[in-house]
Design a binder for this molecule. Sequence first.
Ligand code: GAL
Length: 376
Amino acid sequence: MFPKKPPMGFNTWNTFGENISADMIKQTADAMVEKGLVDAGYEYLVIDDCWSKRRRDPETDRIVPDPVKFPNGMKDVSDYVHAKGMKFGMYSCAGVRTCADYPGSFDHEYLDAKTFADYGADFLKYDYCYKPENADGPLLYRKMSMALRSSGRDIMLSACNWGCDDVHKWIRSTGAGMYRSTGDICDNFVSFRDIFLSQLDNFVYSAPGCFNDIDMLTVGMYSQGNVGSTGCTDTEYRLQFSLWCMFAAPLMLGCDVRKINDVTLKLVTNKHLLRINQDEEGRPPFIAKHDGNNQKNIYVRVLSDNQLAIMCTNFTDRDHRAWLPLENIGVPVNVGKGLRLFNVFTGEDEGVCKESLFTQVGAHDCAVYLAEICDA
Ligand code: GAL
Protein backbone atom coordinates (compact mmCIF):
# COMPACT_ATOMS: atom_id res chain seq x y z
CA MET A 1 0.00 0.00 0.00
CA PHE A 2 1.58 3.21 -1.21
CA PRO A 3 -0.24 6.21 0.28
CA LYS A 4 0.02 9.07 -2.19
CA LYS A 5 -1.44 11.51 0.33
CA PRO A 6 -1.29 11.67 4.13
CA PRO A 7 -3.69 9.04 5.47
CA MET A 8 -6.79 10.41 7.23
CA GLY A 9 -9.06 8.72 9.72
CA PHE A 10 -9.85 8.11 13.36
CA ASN A 11 -7.98 6.16 16.04
CA THR A 12 -9.45 4.97 19.35
CA TRP A 13 -6.46 5.58 21.63
CA ASN A 14 -6.59 9.28 22.51
CA THR A 15 -10.10 9.25 23.86
CA PHE A 16 -11.01 5.66 24.57
CA GLY A 17 -7.80 3.87 25.62
CA GLU A 18 -8.91 0.44 26.83
CA ASN A 19 -12.60 1.38 26.80
CA ILE A 20 -13.26 0.15 23.30
CA SER A 21 -16.03 -2.12 22.05
CA ALA A 22 -17.82 -3.20 18.91
CA ASP A 23 -20.71 -0.87 19.74
CA MET A 24 -18.40 2.10 20.22
CA ILE A 25 -16.66 1.38 16.91
CA LYS A 26 -19.93 1.02 15.03
CA GLN A 27 -21.33 4.22 16.53
CA THR A 28 -18.13 6.00 15.53
CA ALA A 29 -18.44 4.70 11.98
CA ASP A 30 -22.05 5.92 11.86
CA ALA A 31 -21.03 9.33 13.20
CA MET A 32 -18.20 9.69 10.72
CA VAL A 33 -20.60 9.18 7.85
CA GLU A 34 -23.41 11.33 9.28
CA LYS A 35 -21.17 14.27 10.11
CA GLY A 36 -19.55 14.32 6.71
CA LEU A 37 -16.13 13.23 7.93
CA VAL A 38 -15.94 10.33 5.50
CA ASP A 39 -16.89 12.63 2.65
CA ALA A 40 -14.16 15.03 3.79
CA GLY A 41 -11.60 12.22 3.41
CA TYR A 42 -11.37 10.59 6.87
CA GLU A 43 -11.39 7.02 5.63
CA TYR A 44 -9.57 4.85 8.19
CA LEU A 45 -11.19 3.69 11.40
CA VAL A 46 -8.36 2.29 13.51
CA ILE A 47 -8.71 0.19 16.65
CA ASP A 48 -5.66 0.78 18.85
CA ASP A 49 -4.35 -1.27 21.80
CA CYS A 50 -6.50 -3.35 24.22
CA TRP A 51 -8.73 -5.16 21.72
CA SER A 52 -7.60 -8.72 22.46
CA LYS A 53 -7.54 -11.23 25.28
CA ARG A 54 -4.45 -11.19 27.49
CA ARG A 55 -3.23 -14.55 26.12
CA ARG A 56 -3.06 -16.15 22.72
CA ASP A 57 -5.19 -19.20 21.99
CA PRO A 58 -3.10 -22.09 23.37
CA GLU A 59 -4.04 -24.34 20.45
CA THR A 60 -3.83 -22.08 17.40
CA ASP A 61 -1.37 -19.55 18.88
CA ARG A 62 -3.53 -16.80 17.35
CA ILE A 63 -4.41 -13.54 19.08
CA VAL A 64 -8.03 -13.72 20.24
CA PRO A 65 -10.38 -10.73 20.31
CA ASP A 66 -11.74 -9.84 23.75
CA PRO A 67 -15.13 -11.63 23.82
CA VAL A 68 -16.70 -8.99 26.05
CA LYS A 69 -15.58 -5.99 23.97
CA PHE A 70 -16.04 -7.70 20.61
CA PRO A 71 -18.60 -10.49 21.14
CA ASN A 72 -18.93 -11.21 17.41
CA GLY A 73 -15.23 -11.00 16.65
CA MET A 74 -13.33 -8.50 14.52
CA LYS A 75 -14.61 -9.50 11.10
CA ASP A 76 -18.08 -8.41 12.18
CA VAL A 77 -16.75 -4.94 13.09
CA SER A 78 -14.64 -4.76 9.97
CA ASP A 79 -17.62 -5.66 7.75
CA TYR A 80 -19.62 -2.89 9.40
CA VAL A 81 -16.88 -0.33 8.84
CA HIS A 82 -16.46 -1.41 5.21
CA ALA A 83 -20.23 -1.21 4.62
CA LYS A 84 -20.00 2.44 5.69
CA GLY A 85 -17.45 3.08 2.97
CA MET A 86 -14.49 3.21 5.32
CA LYS A 87 -11.28 1.23 5.76
CA PHE A 88 -10.53 -0.84 8.83
CA GLY A 89 -7.38 -0.55 10.95
CA MET A 90 -5.94 -2.90 13.56
CA TYR A 91 -3.10 -2.61 16.06
CA SER A 92 -0.24 -4.80 17.22
CA CYS A 93 3.30 -4.46 18.49
CA ALA A 94 6.76 -5.48 17.30
CA GLY A 95 7.64 -6.60 20.83
CA VAL A 96 6.41 -9.57 22.83
CA ARG A 97 3.64 -7.56 24.54
CA THR A 98 1.80 -4.41 23.53
CA CYS A 99 2.28 -1.25 25.56
CA ALA A 100 -0.87 -2.04 27.54
CA ASP A 101 0.33 -5.63 28.11
CA TYR A 102 -1.61 -7.62 25.53
CA PRO A 103 0.07 -10.15 23.18
CA GLY A 104 2.54 -8.57 20.74
CA SER A 105 3.54 -9.99 17.36
CA PHE A 106 7.22 -10.71 18.02
CA ASP A 107 7.99 -14.14 16.52
CA HIS A 108 4.34 -14.37 15.34
CA GLU A 109 4.51 -11.85 12.49
CA TYR A 110 3.28 -14.09 9.67
CA LEU A 111 0.53 -15.73 11.71
CA ASP A 112 -0.73 -12.35 12.94
CA ALA A 113 -0.57 -10.74 9.52
CA LYS A 114 -2.75 -13.59 8.26
CA THR A 115 -5.13 -13.08 11.19
CA PHE A 116 -5.45 -9.36 10.40
CA ALA A 117 -6.03 -10.18 6.74
CA ASP A 118 -8.76 -12.63 7.81
CA TYR A 119 -10.36 -9.80 9.79
CA GLY A 120 -10.43 -7.70 6.62
CA ALA A 121 -7.92 -5.15 7.92
CA ASP A 122 -6.60 -2.46 5.57
CA PHE A 123 -4.16 -0.85 8.01
CA LEU A 124 -1.93 -2.03 10.85
CA LYS A 125 -0.48 0.29 13.47
CA TYR A 126 2.66 -1.45 14.72
CA ASP A 127 4.00 -0.35 18.09
CA TYR A 128 7.38 -0.86 19.78
CA CYS A 129 6.92 -1.82 23.45
CA TYR A 130 8.58 -4.89 24.97
CA LYS A 131 11.01 -5.33 22.11
CA PRO A 132 13.62 -7.92 23.14
CA GLU A 133 16.81 -6.03 23.91
CA ASN A 134 18.90 -7.81 21.28
CA ALA A 135 16.27 -7.72 18.50
CA ASP A 136 17.02 -5.37 15.59
CA GLY A 137 14.27 -2.73 15.43
CA PRO A 138 14.42 -2.02 11.69
CA LEU A 139 14.36 -5.76 10.95
CA LEU A 140 11.17 -6.16 12.99
CA TYR A 141 9.43 -3.57 10.81
CA ARG A 142 10.78 -5.22 7.66
CA LYS A 143 9.46 -8.53 8.93
CA MET A 144 5.94 -7.29 9.53
CA SER A 145 5.96 -5.43 6.22
CA MET A 146 6.85 -8.68 4.42
CA ALA A 147 4.32 -10.63 6.47
CA LEU A 148 1.57 -8.17 5.47
CA ARG A 149 2.67 -8.41 1.84
CA SER A 150 2.32 -12.19 2.01
CA SER A 151 -1.08 -12.06 3.71
CA GLY A 152 -3.18 -11.83 0.55
CA ARG A 153 -4.58 -8.39 1.51
CA ASP A 154 -3.43 -4.88 0.85
CA ILE A 155 -2.66 -3.70 4.39
CA MET A 156 -0.85 -0.44 5.09
CA LEU A 157 1.87 -0.66 7.71
CA SER A 158 1.76 2.28 10.12
CA ALA A 159 5.00 2.07 12.08
CA CYS A 160 5.07 3.41 15.63
CA ASN A 161 8.58 3.28 17.12
CA TRP A 162 8.39 6.86 18.45
CA GLY A 163 11.37 8.06 16.41
CA CYS A 164 13.88 5.52 17.77
CA ASP A 165 16.95 4.48 15.75
CA ASP A 166 16.66 7.55 13.46
CA VAL A 167 13.53 5.99 12.00
CA HIS A 168 13.15 8.63 9.26
CA LYS A 169 16.33 7.35 7.61
CA TRP A 170 15.23 3.74 7.03
CA ILE A 171 11.51 3.42 7.51
CA ARG A 172 10.58 4.18 3.89
CA SER A 173 12.75 1.26 2.79
CA THR A 174 10.64 -1.17 4.86
CA GLY A 175 7.50 -0.49 2.84
CA ALA A 176 5.65 1.29 5.67
CA GLY A 177 3.16 3.98 4.62
CA MET A 178 3.60 6.22 7.66
CA TYR A 179 5.72 6.29 10.78
CA ARG A 180 5.38 7.80 14.23
CA SER A 181 8.38 9.97 14.91
CA THR A 182 7.74 11.07 18.50
CA GLY A 183 6.47 9.99 21.90
CA ASP A 184 2.80 10.18 22.77
CA ILE A 185 0.79 13.36 22.47
CA CYS A 186 -1.21 14.72 25.42
CA ASP A 187 -4.11 17.07 25.08
CA ASN A 188 -2.33 20.34 25.84
CA PHE A 189 -0.54 23.12 23.97
CA VAL A 190 3.00 22.36 25.16
CA SER A 191 2.71 18.72 24.12
CA PHE A 192 1.71 19.35 20.51
CA ARG A 193 4.06 22.32 20.15
CA ASP A 194 7.06 20.28 21.31
CA ILE A 195 6.12 17.26 19.19
CA PHE A 196 5.89 19.49 16.14
CA LEU A 197 9.14 21.35 16.85
CA SER A 198 11.04 18.10 17.46
CA GLN A 199 10.44 17.19 13.82
CA LEU A 200 11.35 20.50 12.19
CA ASP A 201 14.53 19.05 10.66
CA ASN A 202 12.90 15.76 9.68
CA PHE A 203 9.89 16.79 7.61
CA VAL A 204 12.05 16.75 4.47
CA TYR A 205 12.05 12.95 4.78
CA SER A 206 8.24 12.82 4.72
CA ALA A 207 6.76 12.40 1.26
CA PRO A 208 4.21 10.47 -0.78
CA GLY A 209 4.64 6.78 -0.01
CA CYS A 210 5.72 7.26 3.61
CA PHE A 211 4.58 10.15 5.79
CA ASN A 212 5.93 11.43 9.10
CA ASP A 213 3.18 10.79 11.67
CA ILE A 214 3.38 13.27 14.54
CA ASP A 215 0.61 11.39 16.37
CA MET A 216 -3.15 11.37 16.50
CA LEU A 217 -4.82 14.76 16.83
CA THR A 218 -6.19 15.91 20.15
CA VAL A 219 -8.32 18.51 18.39
CA GLY A 220 -11.79 18.58 19.96
CA MET A 221 -10.89 16.52 23.04
CA TYR A 222 -11.21 19.41 25.50
CA SER A 223 -9.27 17.45 28.17
CA GLN A 224 -11.60 14.44 28.06
CA GLY A 225 -10.44 10.86 27.63
CA ASN A 226 -7.36 8.70 27.77
CA VAL A 227 -4.69 11.27 26.88
CA GLY A 228 -6.81 14.15 28.11
CA SER A 229 -4.63 16.58 30.01
CA THR A 230 -5.47 20.23 30.61
CA GLY A 231 -7.05 20.38 27.15
CA CYS A 232 -6.56 23.17 24.62
CA THR A 233 -8.51 26.25 23.62
CA ASP A 234 -10.21 26.33 20.23
CA THR A 235 -7.45 28.70 19.10
CA GLU A 236 -4.81 26.17 20.10
CA TYR A 237 -6.69 23.36 18.35
CA ARG A 238 -6.76 25.48 15.22
CA LEU A 239 -3.00 25.93 15.51
CA GLN A 240 -2.48 22.20 16.02
CA PHE A 241 -4.67 21.20 13.09
CA SER A 242 -3.05 23.81 10.82
CA LEU A 243 0.45 22.56 11.69
CA TRP A 244 -0.53 18.97 10.91
CA CYS A 245 -2.05 20.11 7.61
CA MET A 246 0.85 22.34 6.65
CA PHE A 247 3.43 19.61 7.30
CA ALA A 248 1.52 16.85 5.50
CA ALA A 249 1.08 14.80 8.66
CA PRO A 250 -1.45 11.97 8.71
CA LEU A 251 -4.74 13.30 10.10
CA MET A 252 -6.01 10.78 12.61
CA LEU A 253 -8.80 12.23 14.71
CA GLY A 254 -8.56 11.35 18.38
CA CYS A 255 -11.63 13.02 19.84
CA ASP A 256 -14.98 11.29 20.37
CA VAL A 257 -16.46 11.99 16.94
CA ARG A 258 -19.88 10.91 18.16
CA LYS A 259 -19.91 14.10 20.26
CA ILE A 260 -17.82 16.38 18.06
CA ASN A 261 -18.96 20.02 18.33
CA ASP A 262 -19.56 22.44 15.48
CA VAL A 263 -16.34 24.40 15.96
CA THR A 264 -14.23 21.24 15.77
CA LEU A 265 -16.20 19.79 12.88
CA LYS A 266 -15.81 22.99 10.91
CA LEU A 267 -12.08 23.03 11.58
CA VAL A 268 -11.34 19.42 10.66
CA THR A 269 -13.43 19.62 7.49
CA ASN A 270 -11.98 22.98 6.38
CA LYS A 271 -11.46 22.19 2.72
CA HIS A 272 -8.65 24.68 2.26
CA LEU A 273 -6.59 23.23 5.11
CA LEU A 274 -7.30 19.73 3.83
CA ARG A 275 -6.30 20.82 0.35
CA ILE A 276 -2.92 21.86 1.75
CA ASN A 277 -2.52 18.64 3.75
CA GLN A 278 -3.51 16.43 0.83
CA ASP A 279 -1.49 18.25 -1.83
CA GLU A 280 -0.47 15.69 -4.43
CA GLU A 281 3.12 16.86 -4.71
CA GLY A 282 3.74 16.35 -1.00
CA ARG A 283 6.61 18.82 -0.81
CA PRO A 284 7.95 19.86 2.61
CA PRO A 285 7.54 23.46 3.77
CA PHE A 286 10.60 25.61 4.30
CA ILE A 287 11.21 28.23 6.97
CA ALA A 288 10.67 31.53 5.18
CA LYS A 289 11.20 33.59 8.31
CA HIS A 290 13.08 32.31 11.29
CA ASP A 291 12.77 33.97 14.66
CA GLY A 292 15.66 32.35 16.49
CA ASN A 293 13.88 29.95 18.79
CA ASN A 294 11.14 28.79 16.38
CA GLN A 295 8.33 30.44 18.34
CA LYS A 296 7.19 32.76 15.55
CA ASN A 297 8.41 31.13 12.37
CA ILE A 298 6.72 31.63 9.03
CA TYR A 299 6.54 28.54 6.84
CA VAL A 300 5.92 28.41 3.12
CA ARG A 301 5.08 25.34 1.12
CA VAL A 302 5.07 24.99 -2.67
CA LEU A 303 1.86 23.24 -3.73
CA SER A 304 0.55 21.84 -6.98
CA ASP A 305 -1.41 24.04 -9.43
CA ASN A 306 0.96 26.95 -9.00
CA GLN A 307 -0.21 27.61 -5.44
CA LEU A 308 1.65 28.25 -2.23
CA ALA A 309 0.64 27.74 1.38
CA ILE A 310 1.86 30.27 3.94
CA MET A 311 1.61 29.75 7.68
CA CYS A 312 2.58 32.35 10.27
CA THR A 313 2.89 30.72 13.70
CA ASN A 314 2.85 32.32 17.11
CA PHE A 315 3.70 29.99 20.00
CA THR A 316 4.27 32.89 22.38
CA ASP A 317 1.77 34.18 24.95
CA ARG A 318 1.42 37.58 23.27
CA ASP A 319 -0.05 38.90 20.05
CA HIS A 320 2.51 39.27 17.33
CA ARG A 321 2.70 41.24 14.11
CA ALA A 322 4.16 38.81 11.57
CA TRP A 323 6.26 40.24 8.76
CA LEU A 324 7.41 38.28 5.74
CA PRO A 325 9.53 40.10 3.16
CA LEU A 326 8.61 38.42 -0.12
CA GLU A 327 12.28 38.52 -1.04
CA ASN A 328 12.64 35.61 1.45
CA ILE A 329 10.60 33.35 -0.77
CA GLY A 330 12.19 34.41 -4.03
CA VAL A 331 10.01 37.37 -5.03
CA PRO A 332 12.26 40.47 -5.11
CA VAL A 333 10.85 44.00 -4.87
CA ASN A 334 11.91 45.14 -8.33
CA VAL A 335 10.22 42.54 -10.57
CA GLY A 336 6.66 43.86 -10.44
CA LYS A 337 5.28 40.72 -8.79
CA GLY A 338 3.35 40.09 -5.61
CA LEU A 339 1.20 37.46 -3.92
CA ARG A 340 -2.56 37.13 -4.18
CA LEU A 341 -3.71 35.97 -0.74
CA PHE A 342 -6.63 33.82 0.27
CA ASN A 343 -7.33 33.41 3.98
CA VAL A 344 -8.14 29.76 4.67
CA PHE A 345 -10.01 30.49 7.92
CA THR A 346 -12.30 33.25 6.69
CA GLY A 347 -12.54 31.88 3.15
CA GLU A 348 -11.94 35.41 1.85
CA ASP A 349 -9.58 36.94 -0.66
CA GLU A 350 -7.29 39.46 0.96
CA GLY A 351 -6.03 41.10 -2.21
CA VAL A 352 -2.49 41.31 -3.47
CA CYS A 353 0.47 42.00 -1.22
CA LYS A 354 3.64 43.56 -2.58
CA GLU A 355 7.13 43.48 -1.11
CA SER A 356 6.00 42.23 2.30
CA LEU A 357 3.22 40.34 3.96
CA PHE A 358 2.08 41.70 7.31
CA THR A 359 -0.47 40.02 9.50
CA GLN A 360 -1.55 40.06 13.11
CA VAL A 361 -1.30 36.68 14.84
CA GLY A 362 -2.77 36.09 18.28
CA ALA A 363 -1.09 34.14 21.10
CA HIS A 364 -0.96 30.37 20.43
CA ASP A 365 -2.54 31.02 17.06
CA CYS A 366 -1.61 31.13 13.41
CA ALA A 367 -2.55 32.71 10.11
CA VAL A 368 -2.76 30.46 7.07
CA TYR A 369 -3.03 31.55 3.45
CA LEU A 370 -3.24 30.00 0.06
CA ALA A 371 -1.33 32.25 -2.31
CA GLU A 372 -0.36 32.69 -5.93
CA ILE A 373 2.32 34.81 -7.50
CA CYS A 374 0.83 37.52 -9.72
CA ASP A 375 1.55 40.92 -11.31
CA ALA A 376 1.58 43.71 -8.78
C1 GAL B 1 2.03 3.76 22.59
C2 GAL B 1 1.70 4.48 21.30
C3 GAL B 1 0.31 5.07 21.45
C4 GAL B 1 -0.68 3.97 21.75
C5 GAL B 1 -0.24 3.18 22.98
C6 GAL B 1 -1.12 1.97 23.21
O1 GAL B 1 3.28 3.16 22.47
O2 GAL B 1 2.65 5.46 21.05
O3 GAL B 1 -0.04 5.78 20.29
O4 GAL B 1 -0.79 3.13 20.63
O5 GAL B 1 1.08 2.74 22.84
O6 GAL B 1 -0.74 1.24 24.34
